[in-house]
Design a protein around this ligand. Structure first.
Ligand code: BES
Ligand code: ZN
Ligand code: ZN
Length: 491
């Protein structure tokens, strides 16, 4: 894991061959020139850097020689006031300049908000996953210094570290192969990650799940020799007036079960616990940032395997809220474990429930690899959209057409989990199914709890090249959206 230390300085440093100076570009009158700040690099507006191959794009980095053996990295796309563009530039710096001991951000940020966005992008982007590489040497931490006269509070840097650690820890968990990550070992990771944070962890094992009527988790998990778990993590700060519940799909491996996936679709299914990893690290950050919101996370952990003990297509299970489901397709397992999680979350009558899941292949087909599909109640959807916009993460509001509900009727149970042979609107069926497990606002209310569902099957995994602060592979996306939802819910 790439480590770093963030500093802020107001005077030009001494450079050496271990240093790289990141400088942003301007393209006034379509001529690209470098915008020097505190270090005099000799790059004046006289230089037409277009001839060097420099591009005014936040994903293009052009390296040129600098003073005392240092390297200058020219990066485009910095737009004052546009925090997304600034985070993107910071991300490219962190992601592509990892081999240097010292990085100097010689960039004239206008205020603390711009400084924060730049450092946040850098810190989130400065990441590598090499736990399973035998030839990777431990490197000393990279020192990243923002050169600016703008005042940056120490608390701002702490915040950047908390948030970037949460994103990195999410990527680490998601990238871990399923021979090492399974429900029980996931619980061990939870216990390690929550250390020092004001969180209470409760674990329901397979016996407690069976006794508690969690038929979704039991039904999905029983094909595996590695039994399921439901992990409840609670953060209850004094004086909190808003109650937020987060529910995450944590399928540590999704073979499809007896409705087995074809080989090519199975590869990558270690990612199917991204929802659980995302909410876990979001609640850890929410606690470390001391956000005054009563937050509870429910991690629905199971391994979906085919075996002599697995749930058969056609079996009927009973979920925590008493509803019965005919399992017509064992590969639509995410909604079964989430049904239990959503029902349990509802029992505490929170003000808002947000679930996060790599739920459907249809999500990727509809929206591609960068947008999450967002469904739910209007108020909840608006809250998620607002937070996602602040965080600079992408989500798209999808409908839940009423006529699809009756297609989920079963001949023998309350519902079926999939409409076999129907591929139209696959993502929407996911949302429509989950809605059935949202409880009432209070014991005697007729209104259901505000709820939003984020299907992140596409953006969980960046299978293309890295860009901005997103590496190839596990993205760690939506951790920041969830943190922001909590921050924007403080009353
Ligand atoms: N884990 C998959 C969804 C998925 C697919 C995530 C591709 C990431 C990439 C999920 O459990 C699944 O298999 N869903 C089925 C549902 C269907 C059987 C109704 C799907 O999308 O095909
Ligand atoms: Zn599946
Ligand atoms: Zn799945």
């Amino acid at each position: 894991m790439a480590k770093h230390l963030i500093k802020v300085a107001a005077v030009a440093p001494k450079l050496n061959k271990e240093s790289v100076v990141a400088v942003v570009l301007s393209d006034k009158n379509s001529k690209i020139s470098a915008l020097e700040n505190l270090i005099s690099l000799g790059l004046t507006s006289e230089h037409d850097l277009t001839r060097l191959g420099a591009k005014n794009s936040p994903d293009a980095v052009t390296r040129v020689p600098g003073p005392n053996g240092s390297i200058i990295a020219l990066i485009g796309g910095y737009k004052h006031g546009d925090l997304d563009s600034i985070r993107h530039v910071g991300g490219t710096i962190g992601r592509t300049l990892g081999e240097f001991r010292q990085v100097f951000l010689d960039i004239a940020v206008k205020d603390e908000a711009e400084a924060t966005a730049l450092l946040e992008g850098y810190a989130i982007g400065h990441y590598s996953y090499d736990s399973y590489k035998s030839n990777v040497k431990k490197q000393p931490a990279q020192i990243c210094t923002l050169l600016t006269k703008v005042k940056v509070k120490p608390a701002t840097i702490t915040r950047v570290e908390i948030i970037s650690n949460a994103v990195h820890d999410t990527r680490d968990l998601v990238s871990m192969p399923a021979n090492d990550l399974y429900p029980q070992s996931f619980v061990s990771s939870v216990n390690k990650l929550v250390r020092g944070a004001k969180l209470t962890v409760t674990v329901l094992d397979e016996k407690k799940l069976a006794a508690g009527g969690f038929g979704g988790l039991v039904g999905v998990g029983k094909g595996s020799v590695r039994p399921p778990r439901l992990v409840k993590i609670e953060y209850k700060p004094a004086g909190a007036k808003f109650k937020l519940a987060l529910v995450g799909k944590g399928i540590t491996y999704d073979t499809g079960g007896l409705s087995l996936k074809p080989a090519a679709s199975m590869l990558g299914m270690k990612y199917d616990m991204t929802g659980a990893a995302t909410i876990l690290n979001a609640i850890i950050a929410i606690a470390r940032l001391k956000v005054k919101v009563h937050t509870t996370a429910y991690l629905c952990l199971a391994e979906n395997m085919p075996s002599g003990t697995a749930t058969r297509p056609g079996d009927v299970i009973k979920v925590r809220n008493g509803k019965t489901v005919e399992v017509t397709n064992t590969d639509a397992e995410g909604r079964l474990v989430l049904a239990d999680g959503l029902a349990l979350a509802s029992e505490a009558h929170p003000d808002l429930i947000v679930d996060v899941a790599t739920l459907t292949g249809a999500q990727r087909i509809a929206l591609g690899a960068r947008y999450a599909g967002l469904m739910g109640d209007d108020k909840a959807v608006q809250a998620v959209l607002k937070a996602a916009k602040t965080a600079g993460e992408l989500a798209w509001h999808m409908p839940m057409p009423e006529e699809l509900r009756s297609l989920m009727n079963s001949d023998i149970a309350d519902m079926q989990n999939a409409k076999v042979g129907n591929t139209a609107g696959g993502m929407l069926f996911g949302g429509i199914f989950l809605r059935e497990f949202i409880g009432k606002k209070s014991a005697n209310s007729s209104q259901t709890i505000d709820w939003a569902h984020l299907d992140i099957a596409g953006p969980a995994d960046n299978d293309g090249a890295g860009y901005g602060y997103i590496p190839k592979g596990a993205s760690g996306s939506y951790v920041r959206t969830l943190i922001t939802i909590a921050e924007q819910s403080v009353k």
